[in-house]
Design a protein around this ligand. Sequence first.
Ligand code: HEM
Length: 133
Amino acid sequence: MAGMEAVYMGVQIVLLVGLIFGSIYGRRLQMYWHHRLIYTVMLGELIVFLLWMGPGVLYYSGQGLITTILALHITVGSLSAISTAVLAYTFLKRRNRYDLPTLRWTRPLMIFTLFVWILAFTLGTIFYVQTYL
Ligand code: HEM
């Protein structure tokens, strides 16, 4: 739908701000806000994916319009979606969520997810600027 791309771009910016603040709270061990922000961002991104980017993949591949930037975006975005899903599954499944062995391997994965998320956002923004502006 015409004009919707700007709405989704705006939502992505809000989600990125939420992700950055959520990460800062995590780094400061303020878990109440870390969990609330990160789970909200995860859910928000899932909704954007289902409403916009998922259908976008089908549309652009059907038209043969997958540019290098979009292909890179889809690759990096999928990587971030997979690591996000692994983290969400791990923490939601465990009763004792904060045991040290779990945190030892999830911490680097959380940092990795933050970086690939920012990279996916950057590539998505380049695609948005190239395509819509
Ligand atoms: C952390 C994960 C992701 C972030 C932060 C992100 C961010 C963005 C941004 C900022 C845009 C441009 C604005 C917009 O059109 O909404 C975009 C577009 C797009 N993204 Fe993602 N994205 C992510 C994951 C994915 C994944 C996993 C896929 C596909 C498997 C994907 C496919 C697309 C497509 C096809 C578009 C173009 C949509 C269109 O304009 O019709 N993205 N993304």
